[in-house]
Ligand binder design. Sequence first.
Ligand SMILES: *Cc1c(COP(=O)(O)O)cnc(C)c1O
Length: 419
Amino acid sequence: MESLKKTTSLIHHPYRAPVEFEAPQVATHKASTVFFPSVKAMTSRDWKDKSGYTYGLHGTPTTFTLEERLCAIEGGLHCMLVPSGLAAIALVNLALLGSGDEVLLPDNVYGPSKSLAQAELQHWGISHRFYNPMDVNDLALKISSSTRLVWLEAPGSITMEFPDLLAQVQLCRDKGVCCALDNTWGAGLAFNAFDLSPQHGPHSLGVDISVHALTKYPSGGGDVLMGSVMTRDSDLATRLKLSHMRLGLMVGANDAESVLRSLPSMAVRYRAQDLCARHLAQWCQSQKQVVQVLHPALPNSPGHAHWLRVCTPQAHGHLNPLVQSVPPEDGWAAALFSIVLDPRFTVDQVNHFCESLNLFRLGYSWAGPISLVVPYQLNALRSNWPDLVIRGHVVRFSIGLESEIDLQHDLQQAFNLCL
Ligand SMILES: *Cc1c(COP(=O)(O)O)cnc(C)c1O
């Protein structure tokens, strides 16, 4: 190599760092190109086989490690990373649906998932219908011979109704329809999506696919966008992986590293934020301006009994064996709740209330360190006002990692000032 010019020897340098290196954090392997030792190795590599590498798009040690750790949380067997939670939803739709097929979505589905169905899927000849997430009979009636996929969400977005997940999954299984759960709220901690039934074992009842916005708790910083698609079924995994590859969906190594760095603290953050959110939700219940608080762990919130059934140990006798040997007695819930403000207030008053908060910032997403607030015009988002929600102005809070008393004082001063 002595005869090489400086510019070349900078690139083709003979030094190789010793291979044995261990440290707490997984290395960030940045690669589009991956080298092969021979043409045979190059041509015989199958990108579906995770025992080797082909191209950055199909995985690096960093992304494979993140996928495996995510599987460990949720008990999945196959995981794919995608650039956002919404991309995870899109991948499932694209992989499993074709022209003439129908997909069913809950009325309270994550908003952009609704737009995806109404615009993109519709455009490709894939129809959709919405079902009442709080009425299993309605779902049963809407499953037709062209239904190929049912989306589940527990609880639903903004209005936080917790559905009878077990009955929904059982129904999909009885009808032979694939069901996919947007499990961002549960984060793999609140309940076992792949094993919902009290009896574990080969006949356990679980969803076919679980998707996450890793953007939320797994990242935890409000600074990374990422999603995952997970399944236990190898045939489904192959279909999903083929689409994943053909669509060219992959994530950057630095982002994967950020999530790997945040994962060890996820259960601790989830629990701490949960407790703070529940206290604040209870406190909001006692405020005269508030006509309803929507948080599945509160006894009069829609679907509370269903939440008790899958997210707490007492009703279920069901521990999450993968994450926690002793789940908290009071169960798990994400740090997210909505309040319904008295309809006598004006939209301007409600907006002013949101803007008058100092610690809560106006912003989308949740599960980060900073508490967030968003006012929603529910009339514009839903075709019907949800049955179990009192009419009024809906404001959603995401609770961060600030001190509970500071957040309560912030809410109090904004109530006093504006409502
Ligand atoms: C945030 C969110 C998503 C989308 O995640 P992005 O990474 O922001 O695309 C999907 N589903 C639910 C329930 C979410 O809260």
